[in-house]
Design a protein around this ligand. Structure first.
Ligand code: COA
Length: 264
């Protein structure tokens, strides 16, 4: 492959909500590896602390990493995280909103609470993270990335709650690209494809036969890695992405374009 790219985020502060595991931790790691000070926010303190320790090991000497705890459904808790981050670290250059919840359920068998739980984590949580975060962004120049899902763009059975919530997230992205663009802040969504080793993939494709079916549905012919998604985020947050805002960008090997089929 030609055109080798390496991003330099030294001197910047990155916050990743939901960055304590899976794809979001992969995004946090790639920013740390590129020199950024990274803070992760999760619901569970022990998991968040372990993630921050891992990030501090990756980050360049003396840069470090921090963790905070909040449930994104709780606006006051999210505000408290930003206040602490402001005092500990300072303004936010890159904000990644990635906290999400999911479970497979038929619409007719879902309770009101079940539907609400996902909408409140994915959509209302994104509202809280961005609404409370705005005043802490280093603007102009800050970059906001919402982690969306193929369900935002394409219907999937057993996923009516996620489809509704993530479609909402992408419309928030587009709306804020208008409202915040005027203030020099870019807002984009990234849609991860089927990423190997994640909780979601283990649940959606638990058998070897199902894994093969997913791979066959990806035009590039392989599962993605967390770093595949992270590199897209680094690009968006970097100077190379300076004219990109309001974009809904899949990092998925063409999976969504081909119908994002799971093989069943
Ligand atoms: N099937 C059907 N309904 C479910 C469910 C499932 N697998 N999991 C949760 N629910 C329902 C609950 O029954 C409850 O509704 P009820 O009060 O009518 O019974 C409602 O959702 C809230 O569930 P609860 O477990 O109390 O909520 P929570 O806030 O602790 O967690 C989730 C909600 C979505 C995070 C939880 O389902 C979960 O832990 N999912 C797996 C982890 C995950 O989502 N990882 C992210 C992958 S993208």
């Amino acid at each position: 492959m030609s055109g080798k790219v390496s991003f330099d985020f030294s001197g910047t502060n990155v916050m990743v909500f939901g960055g304590t595991s899976g794809i979001n931790l992969g995004i946090a790691e790639s920013f740390a590896r590129s020199g950024a000070h990274v803070s992760v926010v999760g619901r569970k303190a022990d998991k968040a602390e372990a993630a921050a320790a891992q990030l501090a090991d990756i980050a360049p000497e003396g840069v470090g990493a921090k963790f905070y705890t909040a449930d994104v459904r709780d606006l006051e808790a999210v505000e408290a995280v930003y206040a602490s981050h402001d005092a500990d670290v300072g303004k936010v250059d890159v904000l990644v909103s990635g906290a999400a919840g999911n479970f497979p359920a038929l619409f007719n068998q879902m309770s009101s609470n079940g539907f609400k739980a996902v909408v409140e984590i994915d959509l209302v949580g994104t509202f809280h993270v961005l609404r409370a975060g705005f005043e802490h962004l280093r603007g102009p120049g800050a970059s906001v990335i919402n982690i969306s899902a193929p369900q935002a763009e394409i219907a999937m059975g057993l996923q009516s709650h996620v489809c509704a919530a993530k479609a909402g997230v992408d419309m928030v992205t587009k709306t804020l690209s208008i409202e915040w663009g005027a203030k020099g802040i870019r807002v984009n969504s990234v849609i991860p494809g089927p990423i190997d080793g994640t909780e979601g993939m283990a649940r959606l494709a638990p058998t070897e036969q199902m894994r093969k079916a997913v791979i066959n549905a990806v035009p590039l012919g392989r599962f993605g890695t967390p770093d595949d998604v992270a590199q897209t985020c680094l690009f968006l947050a970097s100077d190379a992405g300076r004219y990109v805002s309001g974009a809904i960008l899949p990092a998925d090997g063409g999976w969504l374009a081909a119908g994002a089929r799971l093989g069943f």
